[in-house]
Write a protein that binds this ligand. Structure first.
Ligand code: ZN
Length: 151
């Protein structure tokens, strides 16, 4: 059993390194309909998130910014997870992910690749790195233009 967990851990690490060094959807959008920026002063991570929302569906999502591998990987995974989702489903996913990152319990919803960030939960100071993009997402969806700070 522990071998399986070790293998999973390695797989997760590889996924985070992959997304952290070669993030997906890492670009600026010129026709975004929603935008928000977030800052995590604990680590210095910055995230600028662009969304294109049509008929209450997210048809495109991309981000720019700089930060540690965890924050970049999380933002990259976020954009992959929300494209083609409805605004309602994306907000539900925010809540599920937030619960997943801040509770000890196993998650009863399938978060797919986002599960790779589970290892971060053992490092409380890095949880904000992983949730920054998600708080930024929430602000963008709610059209809240005040910059997000995780502090
Ligand atoms: Zn960070």
């Amino acid at each position: 059993m522990s071998e399986v967990i070790d293998e999973l851990r390695e797989l997760y690490q590889a996924l985070i390194i992959d997304h952290g060094t070669k993030p997906k959807n890492f670009r600026k959008s010129l026709d975004a309909s929603a935008y928000a920026e977030g800052f995590n002063p604990l680590c210095g991570d910055r995230c600028e998130l662009y969304l294109k929302i049509e008929n209450q569906h997210i048809t495109d999502a991309c981000f720019q910014g700089q930060g540690c591998a965890i924050s970049v990987a999380s933002a990259s995974l976020l954009t992959e997870s929300i494209i083609q989702k409805s605004v309602t489903d994306a907000l539900a996913l925010f809540n599920q992910f937030q619960n997943f990152m801040t509770s000890e319990d196993e998650c009863d919803v399938d978060l797919g690749k986002l599960t790779a960030l589970s290892g971060v939960r053992t490092f409380p100071t890095r949880i904000k790195c992983a949730t920054l993009a998600w708080h930024t997402l929430k602000a963008a969806l709610e059209q809240d233009n005040a910059p997000v700070s995780t502090e």
